[in-house]
Design a protein around this ligand. Structure first.
Ligand code: GRF
Length: 199
């Protein structure tokens, strides 16, 4: 069997996408293993889930660092101790320094709860409702230095129903996120997708 790719996950909170990746990676034929979970919040609930499954965890508060660059340099050091091939962002609510983003470009994915390029940034479910969209969904995309702007790897769609609130829509999208992210990571780990840097 070929060696599994080593994947670190970066979170800031609940970590349900992280959990979906950890669960998927348990399968013997899954092409990646989760080697560590990092959070910029010490109290992120997702850390407990990972720790309970024997996965290495680390957290650091950016408040203890004088600059974004110094914080990211420490994150980089942690990723190196885990010998990570790839990074998956899963609700990681922190903008990267350019140096970090560029270093991981082509090896770092994010999941966003909208059909990008529609509704980048915060509260995308509310943005979709405000825009009167009839459907929404989630996007797994490459992370590039510009927020939520990297090329799409895959999307899953859901309808927007009468009476939806941002919460009910978020819940419906989340079900699809938990399918999409493990699928996209498997594609990356098998070498089936690569970032085209010419576009
Ligand atoms: C998800 O909706 C994800 O798409 C977005 O932040 C949320 C994180 O949720 N980037 P969780 O921490 O994975 O449960």
């Amino acid at each position: 069997m070929t060696t599994k790719k080593r994947v670190a996950i970066l979170i800031s909170g609940r970590g349900s996408n992280m959990a979906a990746l950890i669960e998927a990676a348990k399968a013997s034929d899954y092409p990646a293993e989760i080697v560590g979970v990092f959070s910029n919040k010490d109290a992120a609930p997702g850390l407990d889930f990972a720790r309970a499954r024997g996965i290495a965890v680390a957290s650091l508060s950016h408040k203890n660092f004088a600059s974004r660059e110094l914080f990211d340099a420490e994150v980089e050091r942690i990723l190196q101790t885990w010998n990570a091939d790839f990074v998956c962002l899963a609700g990681y609510m922190r903008i990267f320094s350019n140096a970090f983003a560029e270093r991981w470009t082509g090896r770092m994915l994010n999941i966003h709860p909208s059909l990008l390029p529609r509704h980048k940034g915060l509260h995308p479910q509310q943005q979709a409702l405000d825009a009167g969209d009839s459907e929404s969904g989630c996007t797994v995309h490459w992370v590039t230095p510009e927020l939520d702007a990297g090329p799409t790897i895959l999307q899953r769609r859901v309808p927007i129903l009468p009476g939806d609130t941002a919460d009910t829509l978020a819940e419906r999208i989340l079900v699809e996120e938990h399918i999409a992210y493990p699928q996209a990571l498997a594609m990356l780990a098998r070498g089936e997708v690569a970032l085209d840097r010419s576009i």
